[in-house]
Each structure stands twice: as C-alpha cells, then as structure tokens.
Design a protein around this ligand. Structure first.
Ligand code: ADP
Ligand code: MG
Length: 699
C-alpha cells in the first residue's frame, strides 16, 4: 500500500486551480500520460531555462530585443477605432523623456483601462523592441504596481510547453503542485547527504522550480543532482529487488539433447553468424544452470535476434517444456510467427500465436492446447499476460524489444511458470553506460556483426524544399520494381496530426502513383494493418506511407528505399530503427532523410551521424553525447525511457554510487523494514518503482 503521506502527490491535477477538464487534456499531452496526470507528474516537469527580468534600465538605456522590467508613467490610451484591426496602444514614458508604447492585439478595453490607469506608475516587464525607431513592447508579460513588483519573481523558470498551454498558467499550476509536496522522511544515507550538501527532497524540488539565479535550473546544481540521485537510487533498488527475486534457484534446470536445435540449423537457409552462435551458447549454458536466467540479447536492427530466440526456445522444448515469445505489437508478433514457423515446423515444433485480436473458438482452442502442453512455443503480445493464459510448463519467457515493457510486465510473464527463465531482446543498442541503468547487472550478449551479404545503405540528407525531386526519384524506383517506405513525422501540435500528415501525404502520392500506394498507421484496425503490410510484402503495393507504427521489426526484404520526412524531428535511435527496415534484401538500398531547413548545429550533427554510420552502438553513443548539449527535442523523442529527472549525461557518474548504495541497503535490510527502509518505500512509490515492493510482500 502506498504511504498515505504521498496521497496529495498522486491526486489528479484537476485538484489544482485553473486545471479544468479542458486544459487537463493539454496536460496529458504535455506530460505524456494516457490517463489524467497527477500532481506528481507536474512536480517532476522540470524547467529547461529561465526568463531573467532583473534588467531594470531607464527607458533611454533599454537594449532592443532584450527582456527588461521598466518603471513607467501611463500617459495615454489609444484604443483602435471601431472595426479597425489595429492594436490597442498605450503610451508610457519615464523621466528620461523616452516613451515606450505598449501594444495589445484584441484586448478587452476595460481590462486594459484597469491594468494601466492614466497618470499612474506601473512596472512593466517583457521584451522591448524598436519599431520605426519607436521603443515598444507587445503584450508585456507582466504589468504590476509597486506592491506587485515587490512580490514579482525576477527570475522565472521556463518549461517545455505544448500547443494551447502557455507559460503563465503552467507556472501557476506547477507552483500550486509544489505546495502539495509534503515533508518526507529522509531516505538517503545521512553521511552521503552531508557529504554532497543535498537539501531535503521537497526543498530540492522548490529550488529547481523557483530559481533565484538562472543557473539554478541547471541539472548540475546540488538540488537537481539530489533529485537525480533519488531517482537513480529508486531505479537501482527496484532492480536489485527484482534481481534478488528472479535469481532464486530454479526448481529445475532445462537440459535438452540438442536434437531440435540441430534440425533448426539444418532447416535454416543460412549459417549462424559467430555472435549468434555465441549468444545461443550463452543462453543454453544459462538454461542448464539451476539458477534463473536473466539475459539481454542486444542486437542492432537486422542482426538476427529472432533465430537466437528460436534456438533458445528449442533448447527448453527439447527438455519437454514450453516457451513464450512476446512482442510489443500485433504486427511484430505476426512477423515473428512468419519468420519462425517454417523452420520451427520443419524441426517438429508446435508453434501458435495469441494476440488481443484472437477471440472465441480459436482462442479457446489455443488456450486448451497450451494447457495440455500441445503447443511448444506461443508467440504473442500483451495478451500473453492475461489470467486465462495458462501454460502446462512454461520454462522460458522471451520478451522482444524490451524498452517498451516495464519490469512488472516482465515479471508477470515470468510468473506464469515455475522458475521461468527470462530472455530479453532489444533492438535499441544501448550504450554500455546505460545498460546498468536499465537492466541492473543483467547478463548480456551482443550481436555486433550483421548477417553476411548485407549491402551498406546509402543514406542522404535532403532539404524538404527538394520534395518534388524526391517524389520523382521515388517514382523511378517504383518503375524499376523497387519497394519504398515513406515515413511521416511525429507531429506534436495535436493528437491526431501524426495521422493527418500521413493521410495528407498518402493522398498526394496516390494522385501521382495510383494504386501502387498504400497507407498504414497506428489507428487502423489490426487486421487492416496486417493486410496493408501483407500487400506491401507481396508487392501488390510498392509505396507504403506509414506513421512510425512500422518503426520496429517489420521485415520486407524487398523494400530498398526509405524516405523519412522531417527526419530532424526523430530521435537518432528511432531513425536507426526505421532505417533498419531496408537493406535487408539483395538490392542496394537508399535512405533519404528529408529535413526542414535551416537546421541547428546539433540537429545537423545528428543527421550527419546517420549519414556516416550504420553502427547502432555508435549512433546510440553519439546521440547521448549530443543530447548532452541541450537538444531538448532529441531528449524527449529519442526513446530513452524511464527517467524524469536524471540526465544521464550529467548524472551518469552517480550511477555507480546508487548501485552500491542499493546493494548495501538490501544486504542490511532485505525487507526494507528499518526506519530508513520505510523511508525508501516512499522513494520507490515517488518514482513509481513500487512494483518491486510487491516482491517484498510476496516473500
Ligand atoms: P532483428 O535482430 O532485427 O530482429 P531478424 O531476426 O528479424 O533481425 O533478422 C533479420 C533478417 O536476417 C531475417 O530475414 C533473418 O532471416 C535474417 N538472418 C538472421 N540471421 C542470419 C544469418 N546468420 N545469415 C543470414 N541471414 C540471417
Ligand atoms: Mg526483431
């Protein structure tokens, strides 16, 4: 049970003034929640900069295009004449004789009259500009009297925003949210807190949200570092708990005779690469040990993880048990089945699929056969977690594309059998420094070389202004019988515009290329999506416009061209994943990254990396390095999940300490029952690692 002290933080943000049902939707988008955001989400929405209102020049000294706070006398109101679209102007001045015109578009006149009474002194803060030689300020950020000035913060935090939600109401909401943060028991080690001069948790939050200096909102501050350390410790503690739980000796070791594996190898139209062979050997060795396996197979896109998974499954099936392979999407689950089924069946394995879409008779039949042990390997989606899914003897749970699942999902699958071994496949190459963060001391096998015969992909960056030329080039590729993916960008402005952009592009391309063009997107029904993919795979359609639903896994070896629109809006790892959809066949592949000019320095460097290398590990490392230089867009979109506060570039160095700390804590207090243990439970809930607490209760 969550400690009641934390309840105010887990309240819906609609408890805050000014956050009604309408704005609540905007907050969902801003905070990336499918559900109503909680006060906690807002508290962890940390600033990205500040507005500095400390400059207090006389009007004659104002530097144009800078933010100033000036003292002025209100001289005259000049409302626009009726039906005119001219702005409402208010003329002000100070004792230097210089005037400042305040400009308002479409204001309520009575509001302006009250705000700026003629003859009174007011303090006005905002960006001053010169227009026609006149000093002016359009829509001042603040207009206050002397009393208001006394309480006006001169340094204000700025936050990531979303369309429809502006800075002022967001700041107010965050301010209110902060007042809901209770004083919490200290969960950090006393000596460590003293050594680092960490403020208490609540104070640290306040320091970051209420900066006294612009530098106070940097991740390098003591306050932010404290919060980051809290988050890292929560993560490491949860991992250590999971690990302790998973690593309990298994009742049985799975030792196969190798026959099925040999038959699969025989059925394969290729030989395994050295790193595939090594990974399989690692896994088989793990399976034979009477300890639970918790192993990560990291392999770049196209490195051939699926067959490694199949070999692992075969090993437990040889021992008379069952395996499950779980994919994050329906498309991927079906793809896996398609890849695996031919070899598996030749080798005599019984394979079936179960997704949320399977209903009724067929589903009942699969569940029955599963319970009877008549299915050896079950492929599926989240549907595999459901309570009705009962295995006769599940020995191995394989989870593909790990970064989309939470730890608790991994556990849920593992609970479906007795001492289930867990194998995680990830196609996002994770820099070494991060493996620890996400996976604790999980064992890891890397597939670094690509299967033989792959041609390098020719990647080019092209300005969107040359779109027409690109469409012509795509037309030529289609005429030559090539198959083309056209990926449409992430759009942030509204929930539906991802789709709108893709639909729009689809209509245009269809006008040009007719029935050769098809569309696939995330809001299509599963069956329709699969049909569209199948038509493309079969060559019935040759140009597939897609949103990022095709991001992971889908394998159409004939696809040799990929166009990515607004490539600058994607994270590098996402671009890398997307690009991995091509270059899988025998044809030379080309990837066109279309960007909107002009690009900033970081964006330029990021796209250049894509052009220069196909090594996913290098791309991930470079991405991390560049994002350290403040590419907020990249940070948000690059799919490094799970962190609200810690910035790996800045706080990565704290990770070792957090890991040691977690180990020490559990060595001394494995049930988190001491006073510090109780405090640490608060921490786990705060950073939503509380699923680990359930393990403590389970014993
Ligand atoms: P990923 O690691 O991205 O999941 P897949 O397992 O889907 O990659 O494999 C990509 C493609 O490479 C598949 O078409 C698969 O049949 C092929 N493949 C896998 N291993 C080898 C190999 N050793 N030699 C040649 N082709 C291979
Ligand atoms: Mg795969």
């Amino acid at each position: 049970m969550r400690p009641s002290l934390l309840n105010p933080l887990f309240a819906a943000i609609t408890v805050l003034q000014g956050v009604g049902p309408k704005v609540e939707r905007l907050y969902r988008r801003l905070l990336g929640r499918d559900d109503v955001p909680r006060v906690l989400d807002l508290v962890f929405h940390l600033p990205v900069g500040t507005v500095d209102r400390r400059a207090r020049p006389k009007l004659s000294e104002v530097v144009p295009d800078s933010i100033v706070t000036v003292e002025v006398r209100v001289d005259e109101h000049r409302p626009p004449s009726k039906h005119s679209r001219a702005p409402y102007r208010v003329i002000t001045s100070d004792d230097t004789g210089q005037t400042l015109t305040l400009t308002f578009f479409n204001p309520r006149p009575d509001y302006i009259e009250k705000l700026l009474p003629v003859g009174e002194i007011r303090y006005v803060s905002g960006t001053a500009t010169t227009y026609d030689g006149m000093l002016q300020m359009t829509h001042p950020d603040r207009v206050v009297d002397a009393a208001g000035l006394a309480t006006m913060p001169l340094i204000e935090p700025t936050y990531p925003l979303t369309e429809g939600l502006t800075a002022n109401p967001l700041r107010k909401a965050v301010g209110q949210a902060l007042s809901h943060v209770p004083a919490l028991p200290e969960w950090q080690d006393e000596a460590w807190v003293a050594q680092n001069r960490y403020p208490p948790f609540a104070d640290a939050l306040r320091a970051v949200h209420h900066p006294a200096e612009p530098g106070d909102v940097l991740p390098t501050t003591t306050a932010w570092s404290r919060l980051a350390y809290d988050e890292l410790l929560a993560g490491q503690l949860a991992l250590a708990l999971v690990r302790a739980h998973m690593r309990r000796p298994a009742g049985r070791a799975s030792t196969g005779d190798g026959k099925l594996r040999a038959r699969i190898i025989e059925a394969l139209p290729y030989t395994l690469t050295p790193s595939q062979t090594r990974a399989v050997a690692d896994i088989v060795a793990d399976l034979e040990k009477p300890v639970r396996m918790l192993r990560l197979v990291q392999g770049d896109v196209g490195s051939g993880k699926t067959v490694v998974a199949l070999m692992a499954a075969a090993a437990v099936i040889e021992a008379g048990r069952q395996a499950a392979l779980m994919a994050p999407t329906e498309i991927l689950a079906r793809q896996h089945l398609k890849t695996i089924a031919p070899f598996a069946e030749q080798a005599g394995l019984k394979v079936a699929i179960l997704t949320g879409r399977d209903r009724g008779r067929e589903r009942a039949d699969i569940l029955q056969r599963l319970a009877d042990g008549d299915i050896d390997l079950l492929v599926g989606t989240h549907a595999l977690f459901q309570d009705e899914v009962v295995f006769k003897s599940l020995a191995l749970a394989i989870v593909d594309e790990q970064h989309r699942f939470g730890v608790h999902q991994r556990l849920a699958l593992a609970r479906k059998g007795e001492a289930v071994d867990v194998l995680v496949l990830t196609a996002t190459p994770i820099p070494r420094t991060l493996v620890l963060t996400y996976f604790g001391d999980m064992d890891s096998s890397e597939l670094r070389e690509k299967p033989a015969g792959r041609l390098p992909i020719d990647t080019r960056t092209v300005a969107l202004s040359r779109l027409d030329e690109m469409v012509d080039a795509v037309g030529r590729a289609i005429d030559e019988g090539q198959r083309v993916y056209w990926v449409c960008p992430l759009v942030e402005e509204s929930e539906n515009s991802d789709l709108a952009a893709a639909q729009d592009r689809f209509v245009h391309l269809q006008e040009r290329f007719g029935a050769a063009v098809d569309l696939v997107h995330g809001q299509m029904k599963g069956a329709d999506k699969d049909r569209a993919m199948a038509r493309f795979a079969a060559g019935e359609t040759r140009l597939l416009v897609a949103t990022t639903v095709i991001e992971v896994g889908v394998d159409v070896p004939e696809a040799s061209v990929m166009v990515i629109e607004h490539a600058e809006r994607f994270g590098l790892s996402q671009l890398h994943q997307l690009r991995g959809r091509i270059g899988r066949g025998t044809a030379k592949s080309i990837c066109l990254l279309l960007y909107r000019a002009p690009l900033g320095e970081t964006a330029k460097a990021r796209l250049a990396i894509m052009r220069d290398t196909e090594d996913g590990f290098r791309i991930a490392e470079e991405d991390l390095r560049l994002r350290g230089e403040g590419d907020v867009l990249g940070t948000r979109q690059s799919g490094m999940p799970g962190f609200r506060v810690a910035r790996i570039e800045t706080h990565g160095a704290l990770l070792d300490a957090a890991r040691d700390d977690a180990a020490l804590i559990l060595a001394k207090d494995p049930k988190l029952a001491s006073e510090r243990g109780e405090a640490l439970r608060h921490l786990l809930y705060l950073f939503e690692r509380d699923e680990a607490i359930r393990l403590l209760q389970a014993g």
